[in-house]
Design a protein around this ligand. Sequence first.
Ligand code: SAM
Length: 231
Amino acid sequence: PPLYKQRYQFIKDLVIKYKPKKVADLGCADCTLLWMLKFCKCIEELAGLDIRENVMKEKMHRLSPLPADYLQPSERSLTVTLHHGSVAHKDPCMLGFDLVTCIELIEHLEAAELEKFPEVVFGFMAPAMVVISTPNSEFNPLLPGVTLFRHSDHKFEWDRAQFQSWAVAAATRYDYTVEFTGLGTPPPGTEDVGFCTQIGVFVRKYPKNGEIVNSEKHTEHAYKTVFKAVH
Ligand code: SAM
């Protein structure tokens, strides 16, 4: 399957393994990953965030309940919410999640946004698990036609050492562990370039704060809710 589908499947496999109840996808674009996760029975709350409202709205109606869902009501309740906003801003609607995914997001962030990102995701949202994927620039010479970056909207592309040192610094600062993996194996003879997509899986070291919402988390709303479906 194409790499983007492998990335979605990687998240779906993690969801099946760890059974998070609340999952947020940052930079959710046309909500394809959210739509796939809607079929995971463990999930009770799904949220998407993107800075491009129109892209997010394009296919969002896939997230609405289907007629069959009314005919065969299930035990679980599922709420799906889409927010328009930036990962550079904190909003209390992103608190209390078990898993936060950022698939091919960070390389689209401006320097000032990237600087705020760790504090927003690891410091403020502070989910039990965070998954971040981004291109591995060492693989680029194997991609036909790629000169500087894989897409013109990328602000940077990191090699493994750059991504791993950024990720380890964020993990250390916010008390997470991080492990690295990837998707898209290089052809025989070129294995040393690593995966096409590099992935960091971060796990929070400290236990959940339960109902304690400390004062710094009484933050003003910064996102606009553009869609909500209750199943
Ligand atoms: N995660 C999706 C996937 O894997 O197919 C989409 C990845 S797309 C390459 C990157 C997305 O990040 C775009 O939809 C873009 O609008 C969004 N994005 C860029 N900057 C953002 C920001 N500051 N806050 C939230 N989303 C942002």
